[in-house]
Every structure is written in structure tokens, then in C-alpha cells.
Unconditional design. Structure first.
Length: 147
């Protein structure tokens, strides 16, 4: 899961313990959250548009996909008039903090790490804020992050 440091960081998640991951407004990313993420799934927390951009730590899914509460709140940045409680369009998940890496795993390192060549974040034009990783990719990234 990617987030710009100006919006939220792994340090913020460490401080907060848990957070809702709202505001995703891409259908493919929404589908990953709504359909695929389950309680207990591991999450690579990725800082995008950072210096350097890369994986900063780990989280876990604490609550599986549920309707994004801000999509129905008039006046909110994430409000969508087509989203209703009866027919939700947008979904959120809740993340819980697991671990902060001592050092960021920069995108350049992810790209050169054996076993991560097919990882979605390493593909040209891959800009989704929510991307699936395989169990093997997750384990490789964890080993890199832990040194």
C-alpha cells in the first residue's frame, strides 16, 4: 500500500497503532481492498513521492473491506454522491502497525532484488496505491527490510 509522506507515514501508523485506509478512488485498487484483503494479511507500507520512495515498514489488515465512511459524507474531500450505504462504491480497510524498518528499501533496490522482478511496483507505469504482492515477494521484502 502506497502513501505519500505528506499524507501519512509509517511513523504515523506506529504512533496511531491502527488507521482506516480511506480515499482510494481507483476501481482496481478498490477491488483489491474490497475483494482480496483479509484480516491478518501482511502489508508492505510504501512511501511514494519520497526521497527515496520505497518500503518503510510493515502493517497488517486489521479489518477487511468495508464501505468508505467518507464517501457518503457531504462536504468531505472523499465524498461521492453516487456512493450510498445501500449501494457502496468505495471501500476502505483498516491497517494495524507491525514494524518500522531501520532503513527504507528504495524502489531501485526492489528492482534489483532477485525474486522481485515481477512485483507490480517494479513494472513500468505501475502507479496504483494498492497493489497485490505474492507471499514470496512479501517474504523477500521483509528480509531486505530487516537487513
Amino acid at each position: 500500500m502506497k502513501c505519500e509522506p505528506s499524507a501519512y507515514t509509517i511513523e504515523d501508523l506506529q504512533r496511531d497503532g491502527k488507521t482506516g485506509w480511506e480515499g482510494v478512488r481507483n476501481y482496481q485498487a478498490r477491488n483489491f481492498m474490497r475483494d482480496d484483503m483479509q484480516v491478518g494479511d501482511g502489508v508492505l507500507f510504501y512511501a511514494s513521492n519520497a526521497d527515496p520512495s520505497g518500503v518503510t515498514g510493515l502493517a497488517t489488515i486489521a479489518r477487511a473491506g468495508y464501505p468508505d465512511p467518507f464517501a457518503a459524507r457531504k462536504g468531505h474531500t472523499y465524498y461521492d454522491p453516487k456512493h450510498t450505504n445501500e449501494r457502496p462504491i468505495w471501500f476502505s480497510v483498516e491497517l494495524a502497525f507491525v514494524e518500522r524498518f531501520a532503513n527504507v528499501i528504495p524502489l531501485a533496490v526492489l528492482k534489483e532484488t532477485r525474486g522481485l522482478d515481477k512485483m507490480m511496483v517494479n513494472q513500468p507505469g505501475s502507479r496504483l496505491s494498492v497493489q497485490p504482492v505474492t507471499k514470496r515477494e512479501y517474504e523477500i521484502a521483509c528480509r531486505r527490510g530487516r537487513g
